[in-house]
Design a protein around this ligand. Structure first.
Ligand code: ATP
Length: 320
């Protein structure tokens, strides 16, 4: 967090409670770091509070492609719940800005609300969540969003934050990346770079746009630059070198995922400190059980610590 942002959050703590918007449109917003189970919670809540529709708020998952790398929820796990802004945009046509997301997202929200359906916003991109729900939204490329976030909201939001103790989450994220590689993340990146090299350029890039920022893409750039998907290796020396670059890329992707998780939690805490009424749900025991491969306990922990308290909070929120 920048010194200005932290000074601002301290400043806000002395202010009176936020002036919530008079608007009565209600929505649920599921927040949290990468890997904590936000998508699963949002789908289960959508089923519980049917009819409900989900608005994805992960700035990488809005694009088509890289399904494993960006951890999109597979169609069969969406349980028939309509999802918006998931797998929707063509990344070759440019980057979707928070400003674009605000205008497109708000018209989708209006449509969902006009159908009498509950919108459930879910994702780890806090700048997109802010762009969607904040009353005043400053579009200034020179002002970093954390320095301009506001406690005043345009909608009546029930914020749920799925939290996991960071050391436990880091261990889980390391394991998840290995699993993603086993599920095909590497072949997905191979295809991505093959397309990029065939259609754009064969040089290393120094800036990334849209989906190219997904963790895994920049980290594997050096690897694919040295060992393009089409290149056949003959010598053992070359194969060893490739192995070394592969491990380096995987390590960097793991480190950057943990860094992202820490930043996401910091942003949620900041939004809380300026007055967003964010309810925390602790999924640490769930993730610990997953790490111990104790899946029946993890399912029970998730029900007890995350799902049931969420249902109670949302029920109360909808009754008011
Ligand atoms: P910021 O203001 O920094 O943009 P944000 O909360 O809007 O914050 P995040 O969603 O945290 O943005 O994304 C920041 C970066 O984290 C992305 O640019 C990307 O590198 C990485 N990232 C985020 N989501 C994913 C994802 N689903 N898969 C892979 N990488 C991701």
């Amino acid at each position: 967090m920048s010194p200005r942002a932290s000074a601002q959050s301290e400043l806000y703590m002395d202010l009176p409670p936020p002036q919530w918007s008079e608007k009565s449109e209600k929505m649920v917003v599921v927040m949290g770091a990468t890997g904590v189970g936000k998508s699963n919670l949002s789908i289960k809540l959508a089923t519980q509070f049917s009819p409900a529709e989900i608005l994805n708020c992960d700035k990488m998952q809005v694009y088509r492609g890289l399904d494993i790398t960006t951890n999109k929820v597979p169609i069969e796990e969406q349980l028939g719940v309509p999802h918006h802004f998931l797998d929707q945009f063509d990344h070759t046509r440019g980057e979707l800005s928070p400003h674009d997301y605000r205008s497109l997202g708000r018209s989708t929200l209006e449509e969902i609300l006009s159908r009498g359906t509950l919108p459930i916003v879910v994702g780890g991109s806090n700048s997109f969540i802010d762009a969607l729900v904040s009353d005043q939204y400053i579009v200034d490329p020179y002002v970093y969003w954390l320095e301009s976030v506001s406690p005043k909201l345009s909608y009546n939001c029930c914020f749920l934050w799925v939290d996991v103790s960071l050391p436990v989450l880091y261990e889980y994220l390391d394991m998840r990346l290995d699993e993603m590689l086993q599920r095909g993340m590497f072949s997905e990146l191979c295809e991505f770079y093959k397309f990029k090299y065939d259609n754009k350029y064969n040089n290393k890039s120094d800036s990334y746009v849209g989906i190219e920022k997904s963790i895994g893409v920049p980290e594997f750039e050096e690897y694919f630059h040295r060992f393009p998907p089409s290149r056949q290796l003959k010598s053992l020396e070359e194969k060893n070198l490739r192995e070394m670059h592969f491990k380096k890329a995987v390590r960097a992707a793991k480190n950057n995922t943990c860094k992202l998780a820490k930043e996401q939690v910091g942003k949620i805490k900041l939004l809380r400190s300026i007055g967003w009424d964010i309810r925390r749900l602790d999924a640490t025991e769930t993730i610990k059980a997953i790490l111990a491969s104790d899946y029946s306990s993890s399912a029970k922990m998730w029900e007890k610590d995350v799902f049931e308290p969420s249902v109670k909070i949302v029920n109360k929120f909808l009754e008011l």
